[in-house]
Design a protein around this ligand. Structure first.
Ligand code: GAR
Length: 211
């Protein structure tokens, strides 16, 4: 059974998608052992409580400096000894300590088709504002492994979503979630739990079920 820590900061709809897809058997051989949040007011914490999943808050406001916050985050994650860390709307750059301790075992959902609209300043609603500003006709979402830089790790899955003439950042965000994020994030976790994702340099290879 793959032990999964999910890191969240806000509404937690991606967390909910993972919870639901484990419950209905779409994600096999995985369990969420811990939810970690950096924001005490996040609705994601209520979702975890409702699902009976142990959840905790590690807020930077409770620590004297960034380094102490980063150490506390790593210590909290280590308590659960996860096989996989899933960043599901986690608005904290992953500290180098966590990257080093869990290299190749951290994945992130990003609400655009990387390498478009990613990197510094591209998170949450801003990503969709920038896509609309630039006038692209297609956007989407990406699940990728996390490395030391922002949004640069090997890509696991992507799904495209059409932009509509009358889209606002909010309508686009919702459609990208519904048509892409809530599908490919659970799918990536299932593939990893089945041992079907291999990192090969900057790329990943998805192995056939029979391999
Ligand atoms: C999601 O759209 C996720 O892709 C995005 O934040 C939102 C969180 O929503 N993540 C990033 O922008 C990371 N760079 P949720 O809390 O409802 O899952």
């Amino acid at each position: 059974m793959l032990r999964v820590t999910v890191c969240v900061s806000g509404g937690g709809t991606n967390l909910q998608a993972i919870i639901d897809r484990i419950a209905d058997g779409t994600i096999r051989n995985a369990q969420i052992v811990q939810v970690v949040c950096n924001n005490p007011g996040a609705f994601a914490l209520e979702r975890a409580a409702k699902a009976g999943i142990p959840a905790c808050c590690v807020s930077p406001k409770d620590y004297p400096d960034r380094e102490a916050f980063h150490e506390a985050l790593l210590a909290k994650i280590n308590e659960a000894a996860p096989d996989l860390i899933v960043l599901a709307g986690f608005m904290v750059a992953v500290p180098h300590q966590v990257c080093a301790a869990y290299a190749g075992r951290i994945i992130n959902i990003h609400p655009a088709l990387i390498p478009s609209f990613c990197g510094k300043g591209h998170y949450g609603l801003h990503v969709h504002e920038k896509a609309l500003e630039r006038g692209v006709k297609v956007t989407g979402a990406t699940v990728h492994f996390v490395d030391e830089d922002l949004d640069t790790g090997p890509i696991i899955l992507q799904k495209a979503v059409d932009i509509q003439e009358d889209d606002t950042p909010q309508t686009l965000q919702r459609r990208v979630m519904e048509q892409a994020e809530w599908i490919i994030l659970p799918r990536a976790i299932d593939l990893i739990a089945q041992g079907r994702v291999r990192i090969e340099g900057r790329r990943t290879r998805i192995l056939d079920a029979a391999d």
